[in-house]
Design a protein around this ligand. Structure first.
Ligand SMILES: *[C@@H]1O[C@H](CO)[C@@H](O)[C@H](O)[C@H]1NC(C)=O
Ligand SMILES: *[C@@H]1O[C@H](CO)[C@@H](O)[C@H](O)[C@H]1NC(C)=O
Ligand SMILES: *[C@@H]1O[C@H](CO)[C@@H](O)[C@H](O)[C@H]1NC(C)=O
Ligand SMILES: *[C@@H]1O[C@H](CO)[C@@H](O)[C@H](O)[C@H]1NC(C)=O
Ligand SMILES: *[C@@H]1O[C@H](CO)[C@@H](O)[C@H](O)[C@H]1NC(C)=O
Length: 476
């Protein structure tokens, strides 16, 4: 009897021990997996605000955005494109799956970003081996690559009053800061903006009669973003005038880098840095060109409505609207201003908002500032913003009243046309002044149009993030 009992016991031990081990192992793996997932998927709210989600690099299955791998363990894809290669080296350190603890710790140490960006250059052997035809590249790209590590350019002129030029006696936080890209020579553009849509101080919203929304408005400030005059393009030295202009208007923010097309991204990066320091209270930023026309009263009304809309209000850390361009490919025509060879960048561009005029929240500006510290500069500024946005898991919303590619031809004769839009691109300073006067003159006549398009302002907020047919500037 005893022998039999012993034998059964042995059999039981033989069978059960592996079972128990397997069950323990399974439990352990499940717990670890769950912990890993919650860590990645549901960070605390404060974490979202400062520490964006990670998006790895590589190729996306549906191929709308290149730098996303098919599987997370494919961390180092083979690529010969210089930008992708450099960015991969940086992104690798922030992969929360490969380095769960490290990624979080690193996110808090901003001097480490600098170090990583520099290090990635030494990791990517040498420019010449990566870009065999470096010498054959257009000169502006060669210059960009030579200086793409540098972004610590000193400020030459800056507004005295902190966050841009302001009106008298602001009684509440600034609703909107106009941050306008301009060049030293474009005095007329700046002056037209100062006299018209870029006036600072209290701006009343658009009057829509009988709707009870007549009293909305907000405080507006203004700052112009400039580099140094490009000595090759312009022989007349206007730097003394710019100094006077800065003293007179207090709206000049100028840095010590050459104001060229491929240096525009520096204006974004340095503006975010300045903004994070001086504009804690500012709710929205309009970032755009100095040749756009903005219907400011309508924009003010639109933004006030957004602030009252729960869905938007709770997502201010992602708020960006403009003309959204999706699935664009780099321009490969070597004579184009936008030319980006495949030896420099591979894959499509991420969804981005056209840089002629885009509005985002102060929170987005601060998050972009943090994110930009670990994203290598890209020569095309609005694409760069898109690259940073996708790493923040934030997506720009398309708004049909942002017209970066102008009106359809048939609409031109309509006198109430400019009452229907928020922003339209490519207007001369003279046109801007005339259009602004026209906007006031036709106010009564266009009352019905204003009421009709009030819907456009937010009551039926459209988020068509579809690709617009004419959004072709970076493609082909
Ligand atoms: C492709 O990927 C993008 C980005 O994740 C997504 O928004 C889009 O819906 C995808 N498109 C298709 C056809 O799956
Ligand atoms: C931040 O990173 C720098 C550069 O690698 C390093 O020297 C420093 O010790 C780090 N600081 C902290 C608090 O981890
Ligand atoms: C707005 O006011 C004008 C003139 O006061 C009037 O003719 C028009 O019908 C009003 N529009 C609406 C939508 O109430
Ligand atoms: C950007 O500015 C720097 C500093 O002035 C200059 O050396 C560089 O050539 C500029 N880059 C481009 C692409 O123009
Ligand atoms: C542009 O490309 C064409 C054909 O691909 C070539 O013949 C031409 O030399 C290139 N031009 C420049 C400026 O690189």
């Amino acid at each position: 009897m005893a022998r039999c009992y012993c034998r059964w016991r042995r059999v039981l031990i033989c069978l059960c021990t592996p079972c128990i081990f397997l069950i323990l192992l399974f439990t352990y793996v499940s717990i670890m997996l769950c912990m890993g997932m919650t860590e990645v998927a549901t960070p605390a709210n404060t974490f979202i605000a400062t520490n964006p989600h990670f998006v790895a690099n590589g190729l996306l299955k549906n191929e709308t955005f290149a730098p996303l791998p098919k599987t997370f363990w494919e961390d180092q894809q083979q690529t010969k494109a210089l930008w992708n290669h450099l960015q991969q080296a940086v992104d690798y350190h922030f992969n929360p799956i490969l380095h769960p603890k490290k990624a979080k710790r690193l996110l808090r140490n901003s001097s480490f970003y600098d170090f990583l960006l520099k290090q990635s250059f030494s990791e990517v052997a040498s420019f010449d081996s990566v870009m065999e035809d470096f010498d054959k590249l257009p000169e502006q790209l060669q210059r960009f690559v030579r200086y793409m590590q540098r972004r610590d350019y000193p400020i030459l002129h800056h507004p005295d009053g902190g966050c841009g030029a302001q009106g008298k006696g602001e009684q509440e936080p600034t609703l909107l800061l106009f941050a306008i890209k301009t060049t030293p020579a474009n005095f007329n553009n700046r002056q037209a903006i100062r006299q018209t849509w870029g006036q600072v101080g209290w701006v009343a919203g658009q009057k829509i009669n009988g709707s009870g929304r007549d009293n909305v408005g907000g405080y507006v400030r203004r700052v112009f973003l400039l580099g140094k005059q490009n000595t090759k393009e312009l022989s007349v030295d206007v730097s003394e005038l710019l100094k006077l202009e800065s003293n007179l208007y207090g709206d000049i923010l100028q840095w010590d880098f050459e104001d060229t097309f491929f240096n525009l991204t520096l204006k974004d990066v340095l503006f975010w840095s300045w903004f994070s320091r001086f504009c804690r209270q500012t709710r929205f930023v309009f970032k755009g060109d100095d040749d756009v026309f903005v219907n400011t009263p309508k924009l003010i009304t639109y933004l006030q409505i957004q602030l009252q809309t729960a869905r938007v209000k709770n997502n201010m850390q992602e708020f960006m609207i403009g003309e959204v361009i999706e699935a664009a490919s780099p321009n490969r025509v070597n004579i184009s201003k936008y030319f980006i060879p495949d030896s420099f960048y591979e894959g499509s561009y991420p969804t981005y908002a056209g840089g002629g005029g885009v509005v985002y929240s102060g929170q987005v500006a601060r998050r972009l500032h943090l994110m930009s510290k670990r994203v290598h500069l890209f020569p095309i500024d609005d694409v760069y913003v898109g690259i940073c946005m996708i790493r923040l898991s934030a997506f720009p919303m398309h708004h049909p009243a942002f017209l970066m590619f102008d009106f359809p031809k048939d609409d031109w004769k309509d006198p109430c046309l400019y009452h229907t839009i928020l922003v339209v691109h490519k207007r001369s300073p003279e046109q801007v002044v005339q259009l602004w006067a026209g906007l006031k003159e036709t106010q009564a006549q266009c009352g019905d149009v204003i009421s009709e398009t009030a819907d456009l302002l937010g009551f039926s907020h459209t988020t068509i993030s579809g690709f617009t047919e004419n959004g072709l500037k970076n493609m082909q």
